[in-house]
Write a protein that binds this ligand. Structure first.
Ligand SMILES: *Cc1c(COP(=O)(O)O)cnc(C)c1O
Length: 380
């Protein structure tokens, strides 16, 4: 039990550098402590430059960005919206905010993201959804060539949930820039953070301007307070944007460190046949936000056993996202399986998988401890 008194090893916690404080101090010194100001504008410009997304609106969360994105795509009550089932609930909740109908799409095994096969099937059953929400899970880019082709053939816009994949590319292009609208999250455990925040991006400046307007209570351009539409209080604060500007300067470094963590696990478990690391997309370059593993069917070791063994040593790990079609709150939603009559791909990943500690502050010794505990379970 000697190890349990050591410092906790985290799944993925914020990593600050110093520049963040400089931008925040500037906000205080100039009294721009408000949901507007130079940090907000500069963070938008700098993120747009980094990703090549065109235009960006800084918002209070990734969830708010998805919500406004759906509204800008015209999603209304009763509309069908396709969404990846294997994701965090925030990909799906805003569809319900608008009283639209989520149809949950299974994953394919090659990248764990939306299955083009299931997507085609979904179009056979629901020919005219209003939008398709694509997630790049744990930072691995989805099969965007196939998905874009299918959605284009049906003339349906893509809202790209790149909350977990800022810095990942596919065919040399940043995730979040493929869809008509893209979103990023800067929540505390994401690859860079503003403590809480998000960004809605698009090549169409009009959409992004509209997002900024809706996020600040949709005030008409009049001297008096006049409103012709329902607005939201979704704008990012100038203080948080200061943190984001400092973080963005270190995004490449964070990606490098996340990749090194993934490679370390991959090499350390290479000789254990029962362990398979989460897949990467050969057509892209993942940010490796979280390193995950699955345990082969028939193995006596379960993900729960691995998570318990790590927790006993004060090490944080986490199950794979529980698919939305298995959630009580989405039980009434239709689900389109990638497999015929067998367990879905997303459920299989959920049952056999888990997320390994992927904190970029973990030292070599921390990684050795994690790896030692995991290896020990498989060598009995
Ligand atoms: C974190 C996350 C979100 C939500 O972002 P917030 O900034 O926490 O609102 C949405 N989708 C996915 C896939 C996420 O991981």
């Amino acid at each position: 039990m000697e190890n349990s008194t050591e410092k906790r090893i985290y799944l993925s916690s914020p990593t600050m550098h110093g520049e963040e404080q400089r931008f925040v101090a500037e906000a205080f010194d100039t009294n721009w402590v408000a949901p507007l100001g130079p940090n907000v504008n500069n963070f938008e410009t700098e993120l747009a430059q980094y990703t090549g997304c065109g235009h960006a609106a800084a918002l209070s969360s990734g969830t708010a960005a998805i919500h406004l994105g759906l509204k800008l795509l015209g999603v209304q009550e009763g509309d069908v919206v396709f969404v990846s089932s294997l994701t965090f609930s925030a990909s799906c909740n805003p569809i319900v905010y608008e009283k639209a109908v989520p149809v949950l799409i299974d994953s394919e095994p090659d990248t764990w993201n939306m299955s083009p096969v299931a997507l085609e099937r979904a179009f056979e059953k629901y020919p005219s959804p209003k939008a398709v929400v694509i997630v790049h899970l744990y930072g691995t880019p989805a099969k965007m060539d196939e998905i874009m082709q299918i959605c284009a053939a049906h003339n349906v816009p893509i809202l790209e949930d790149a909350a977990e994949s800022l810095g990942s590319t596919y065919g040399g292009k940043h995730t979040g820039t493929f869809g008509r609208i893209g979103i990023y999250s800067f929540n505390g455990n994401k690859i860079i953070t503003t403590s809480g925040g998000g960004m809605m991006v698009s090549r169409e400046e009009a959409l992004v301007k509209e997002a900024r307007l809706l996020s600040t209570q949709a005030r008409d351009p009049a001297r008096h307070y006049q409103h012709s539409r329902i607005g939201y209080n979704y704008r990012m604060s100038n203080v948080d944007a200061g943190i984001g500007r400092g973080q963005l300067m270190h995004l490449d470094e964070h990606v490098r460190l996340k990749k090194a963590i993934y490679r370390r696990y991959q090499e350390a478990f290479a000789d254990i046949e029962e362990i398979v690391m989460n897949p990467l997309n050969p057509g892209g370059d993942a940010n490796n936000w979280l390193s995950c593993m699955t345990i082969r069917e028939g193995c006596k070791v379960t993900p729960d056993m691995v998570m318990d063994a790590l927790e006993a040593e004060n090490i944080e790990s986490r199950p794979i996202w529980k698919p939305m079609h298995l959630q009580p709150v989405f039980a009434a939603c239709d689900f389109i399986n990638h497999n015929d009559g067998r367990m879905s791909v997303s459920e299989d990943i959920f049952v056999r998988g888990m997320c390994l500690p992927s904190d970029i502050k973990n030292t070599d010794a921390d990684m050795d401890r994690v790896i030692g505990i995991v290896r020990g379970l498989f060598q009995r």
